[in-house]
Design a protein around this ligand. Structure first.
Ligand code: KIV
Length: 280
């Protein structure tokens, strides 16, 4: 079979080259073929099949009910609707905690569905061990630190993480450990801008921010948030790009252009060391 005939998606190496060339990365969380195709036409580099689908698609209050079966189904939808963007998918709550072998079995289902990478939340030593187990077995891994929604009951709410010297150092240590275990990418959610900048400087992997300021290598938003589909109150890092655009595709293109230009997020769309604990 000729490999030349295959449509070529962006690879992690392509994304690394983009960053080395000084181009910021635009990622979007999507769940279906139509939005995936639209996002890709608008220039999005990477499509995340997020477990946020439990909230946005299924109407649950948290991401916890997202099942592996649902993640596989939506990954197939996103893969069918796109040809060029890198596709990564969340390992949902309950699919990877029992053992590294369980995590591998779940990751294999997502890769069979067409994902090129899996995302795993957390930075505890057992997560680091799981990341090492996966990457040793050819599963590219995106880590996820800061506000990790699967730990919502432990965190006690959607709060900014990593504020204060001790918490910041703990997060930076976890980021280094995850990178050493082989993670190729790191999502930083709801952390102070300065901490995201520090981690981006300290680890040699791609960093993608959401509520983490403009200094990461790229940004991710939930597509339905940037299209203004999710009801207020919206977190401060969400910008309604549709409000100024004539179509959904133009709105996503405006997001991509703002990320590339470094004009999204602004200071007011980012968190500092201030006392406002809620990620609002
Ligand atoms: O599930 C999701 O959509 C995510 C992003 C918000 C990063 O994890």
């Amino acid at each position: 079979m000729s490999h030349a005939a295959l449509p070529r998606r962006l690879s992690l190496a392509d994304l690394r080259r983009q960053v080395q060339a000084g181009q910021r990365l635009a990622m979007l969380a999507v769940y279906d073929a139509t939005t995936a195709g639209l996002a890709e036409r608008a220039g999005v580099d990477a499509l995340l099949v997020g477990d946020s689908l439990a909230q946005t698609v299924q109407g649950h209050p948290t991401t916890l009910p997202a099942s592996l079966k649902a993640m596989v189904y939506h990954t197939r939808c996103v893969v069918r609707g796109s040809t060029r963007a890198l596709v990564l998918a969340d390992l949902p709550f309950g699919s990877f905690e029992a053992s590294p072998a369980a995590a591998f079995a779940a990751a294999a289902r997502l890769l069979e569905a067409g994902a090129q990478m899996v995302k795993i939340e957390g930075g505890a030593p057992w997560v680091v061990e799981t990341v090492a187990f996966l990457t040793a077995r050819h599963v590219p891994v995106c880590a996820h630190l800061g506000l990790t929604p699967q730990a919502i009951h432990e965190l006690g709410g959607y709060r900014v993480q990593g504020r204060g010297a001790g918490a910041a150092t703990r997060l930076a240590d976890q980021a280094r450990a995850l990178a050493a275990a082989g993670a190729a990418m790191l999502v930083l959610e709801c952390v102070p801008r300065a901490l995201a900048a520090r981690i981006t400087a300290e680890v040699d992997i791609l960093t993608i921010g959401i509520g983490a300021g403009p200094d990461t290598h790229g940004q991710v938003l939930v597509a339905w948030d940037l299209l203004g589909l999710t009801p207020p109150p919206r977190p401060r890092f969400v910008r309604d790009f549709l409000a100024q655009a004539g179509s959904a595709e133009a709105a996503v293109r405006a997001y991509v252009e703002a990320v590339r230009a470094g004009t999204f997020p602004t200071a007011v769309e980012s968190y500092g060391e201030g006392a406002d604990p809620a990620a609002g």
